[in-house]
Design a protein around this ligand. Structure first.
Ligand SMILES: *Cc1c(COP(=O)(O)O)cnc(C)c1O
Length: 536
């Protein structure tokens, strides 16, 4: 299978590339992405013949249908990483939560968010390719809180790969931040930036596309790649669990093979939803894909009104920060698939220049035939978390909660819905504790304890241990300094003078490793981890 460019070809790059090239160098002509030229068709028997297949077998057979240029042995070793999930036989269990509403839990991997589903095998694949080719790679990752830990975890101590991970300082939960800043391996660099996730993602895209930065890396014999879902190497692992969840419903006798279901996806960069869309195009019986958002509801408006509009729209901090995104990267692959490269290039240029584009009525109708959307406010999310815990005995995180709103307003209830749970309760505990106990503004640690007590469960060891681990990564800088910081890291890691944020500067040396090392900023100062969780 070959991959082609979402914004067409500039005459300098190859017109189509293999999978390995698409994942090693994910940016294509005119700032576009790589998308599959065609999708395999599962055919009539695939689902029936995989009804009893393990997750790994299903994954192997789906990947085989893509005919990617990766050795079978490498693919098998990559898929073996699912053995480290809670239940190796079923890394993504599906719970029956309400009549007709099933929750596919994608967070049972090492960093407790769904990013592990793709990043675990992807990291292994990419490092293997780099080693086979004898090349050195720098992986840039921008994170709103879950990609970072998952990328660091998967690339930690892997040869031929270094990772620079950008996160918005104050834009993540304490647990997410600790997962990153306590990662200590010579090939990892974690950089907090003053700004929000869109700033981090924009800075990353700028660097990926910067000729000067690429030339400097070239001189150092380092190539650049990305671990965000702009990288198709992640998307390919994300269509697998949609097929798996469907089969789980069949195994639970909730559906017969061939019955249609809704896929209900809490969406940010649209990688998860895109995986569902590809699975649907490959033949998975899907009625519609429900796109759940929070108050940053650009996707809701795109799907309901046909306008991608970021004018007069500011990113707001919500209790589902992994979805606090305005510019959703993988929508581009949907545009490409629906309307072709020329139109995609035009729309994306307009979005870059005017922060806006509008679909024609016919284009919108095509989009609405597949997608339906709604968004959930923080207060509504709290209510779903509380009522689902009280009525159904089911504990869920605030991202998952947004799916409940989309299900309530968008689904015909005679058709079963698979909602995707993208994070464990441990990652966003202050919000969940507020929902369950009514007490707001708890620290992550207090909230974890409160939830554990209320629900009669234990705080998982690897989360509890984070609070005692030493802080290894202390860099927090302005986005203008990112390039310099990364080059210094590549040059051998001697510490450059970095401007510490006010809250960190106040930290006496030697007290790192527990929560007080990062005291909240003074009242009124923006963007502290604690402000993020104030559920107002
Ligand atoms: C990344 C993430 C999302 C958004 O997924 P996309 O594939 O970017 O749409 C939703 N919830 C959680 C918890 C996440 O980590």
């Amino acid at each position: 299978m070959k991959f082609i460019e979402t914004r067409g070809n500039d005459g300098k790059r190859p017109e189509r590339v293999g999978f390995s090239t698409a994942i090693l160098s994910p940016m294509s002509s005119f700032g576009g992405l790589y998308s599959p030229e065609t999708l395999p068709d599962l055919g009539n028997d695939f689902l029936a013949s995989h009804l009893d297949a393990s997750y790994k077998t299903l994954a192997r057979d789906l990947l085989a249908a893509f005919e990617i240029d990766i050795d079978a042995g490498v693919i098998d070793a990559a898929l073996d990483l699912y053995d480290h999930f809670d239940d190796p036989a079923n890394p993504a269990p599906v719970a029956s939560v309400k009549d007709g509403l099933y929750v596919s839990e994608l967070y049972h991997g090492p960093t407790r968010a769904f990013k592990d589903m793709a990043l675990q095998p992807f990291g292994y694949l990419l490092a293997s390719l780099a080693q086979q080719r004898g090349e050195q790679y720098l992986i840039l990752a921008a994170t709103s809180g879950d990609t970072g830990p998952a990328a660091l975890e998967t690339f930690k101590n892997r040869d031929n790969v270094r990772v620079a991970c950008l996160y918005p300082d104050g834009g993540t939960s304490d647990v997410q931040r600790l997962q990153m800043v306590t990662e200590d391996a010579p090939n990892l660099k974690v950089i907090g930036i003053h700004g929000d996730f869109d700033d981090a993602q924009a800075a990353l895209k700028l660097l990926l596309g910067s000729e000067r930065f690429n030339a400097t890396l070239n001189d150092m014999r380092v190539s650049l790649s990305a671990a965000n879902s702009v990288n198709f190497g992640r998307i390919i692992f994300q269509l697998i669990y949609h097929v798996h969840s469907y089969l789980e419903l069949a195994r639970q006798n909730a559906i017969a093979l061939g019955d249609k279901v809704y896929l209900d996806v809490p969406s940010g960069n649209f990688g998860n939803a895109l995986g569902g869309y590809y699975a649907m195009k490959m033949g998975l019986p899907v009625e519609k894909i429900l796109i759940a958002s929070n108050r940053n509801n650009v996707l809701t408006r795109l799907i309901n009104e046909g306008r991608y509009d970021m004018r007069d729209t500011r990113l707001v901090a919500t209790t589902s920060p992994a979805m606090d995104i305005l510019k959703s990267s993988n929508v581009e692959r949907i545009l490409f698939d629906f309307y072709g490269a020329e139109r995609t290039r035009e729309l994306m240029r307009q979005l870059d220049e005017e922060r806006y584009y509008e679909l024609t009525p016919q284009e919108l109708a095509e989009l609405q035939a597949v997608f339906s959307a709604d968004y959930c406010t923080d207060e509504e999310g709290l209510a779903y978390i509380r009522s689902t815990f009280e009525d159904d005995g089911y504990l869920m995180d605030p991202h998952t909660a947004t799916c409940f709103k989309a299900w309530e307003t968008q689904a015909v209830k005679t058709i079963p819905t698979i909602a995707y749970s993208t994070a464990e309760w441990t990652k966003f505990s202050p919000t969940i504790a507020a929902a369950l106990t009514g007490q707001r503004d708890m620290s992550d640690l207090d909230a974890l304890k409160a939830i554990a007590e209320k629900a009669g469960i234990d705080i998982p060891d690897r989360i509890a241990a984070l609070f005692d681990r030493e802080i290894a990564q202390r860099t927090v800088i302005d986005k203008d300094d990112i390039e310099k910081e990364i080059l210094a890291f590549l040059a051998g890691g001697e510490r450059v003078e970095t401007r510490l944020s006010p809250s960190r500067r106040a930290t006496p040396p030697g007290t790192a490793g527990s929560r007080p090392a990062f005291p909240p900023s003074p009242a009124g100062s923006p963007a502290t981890g604690d402000a993020r969780h104030r559920v107002s």
